[in-house]
Design a protein around this ligand. Structure first.
Ligand code: ADP
Ligand code: MG
Length: 249
């Protein structure tokens, strides 16, 4: 049945993003542990009803490459929409490469290949449902306890996207040139972001801003993405097959 605020026991905080806070919760009726993401929205009840209607689409998503959705509801004094999803114990690829970096390690090509396969299969699934992800990046690629790799945070609610005012922080780095230019964008824009994500996981830091240009303003950076050659994956430990996979979009 539907997930409701009163049925949830707060366990701990999992993370924080531009849009809101993610917490680990226990859903008493089902005995499931879930990740609850809370986003402050427009207080207009009509807007909120629309967001909840659009989010209901997530219930129809059923794939081993997509984080499961359990339900969404109005939360915390009615200015917050919370959505409950599958808890991925391994955390995000960003969490994982940050841990690797702190230990002085790197993520090898075998793992990159598994990431690429899972993300592509997840995107094929979403695209078959006529959904463009729009926010592929390492923090939106999650890993389960078993090591399965799944996508989360895709754009199913236009109203939610409008409601969370886009601030110029971070996410733009993954935006494909055609999006920056304001052209219609399609599934290919997600593939661009996958390439950038693979480079980031492999080198333990974002592909953009490019090496040697750390202090670009957001405008210079967007200009760089549109004008300069596409970023590539580098390193002696990376095969030509992998380099070509990332280079040829
Ligand atoms: P962002 O994706 O920009 O980091 P989010 O608010 O979407 O911002 O997520 C914040 C953090 O919460 C993520 O980086 C990740 O570490 C954690 N997180 C999000 N969803 C889940 C989930 N379903 N299971 C486990 N951890 C999660
Ligand atoms: Mg996210």
């Amino acid at each position: 049945h539907d997930v409701q605020a009163k049925d949830l026991e707060l366990l701990k905080r999992l993370g924080e993003g531009a849009a809101g806070t993610v917490r680990l919760v226990y859903h008493k009726p089902s005995g499931l542990t879930m990740a609850k993401k809370s986003i402050s929205t427009d207080p207009d009840p009509a807007v909120q009803r629309q967001i909840l209607r659009e989010l209901a689409f997530l219930k129809t998503c059923n794939s081993p490459y997509i984080v499961s959705f359990y339900g969404a509801f109005l939360d915390e004094g009615e200015t917050t929409v919370s959505l409950c999803m599958e808890y991925c114990e391994g955390g995000s690829l960003q969490d994982i490469y940050t841990r690797a970096r702190d230990r002085g390690g790197v993520i090898g090509e075998a793992v990159l290949a598994r990431i690429a396969e899972s993300v592509c299969k997840g995107l094929v699934y979403l695209h078959s449902k006529r959904v463009i992800h729009r926010d592929i990046k390492p923090s939106n690629i999650l890993v389960t306890r078993k090591g399965d790799i799944k996508l989360c945070d895709f754009g199913v609610s236009g109203e939610l996207i409008n409601s969370v005012a886009e601030t110029f922080t971070g996410t733009q780095y993954y935006m494909a040139p055609e999006r920056i230019k304001g052209n219609a964008y399609a599934v290919q824009s997600d593939i661009w972001s996958l390439g950038l994500s693979l480079i980031e996981v492999s080198q333990n830091e974002p592909a953009l801003p490019p090496p040697g240009h750390p202090d670009l303003s957001i405008f210079e950076l967007l200009d760089f993405i549109v004008r300069q050659p596409v970023p590539v994956i580098q390193g002696d430990h990376i095969s030509d097959v992998c380099k070509n996979f990332v280079a040829i979009w």
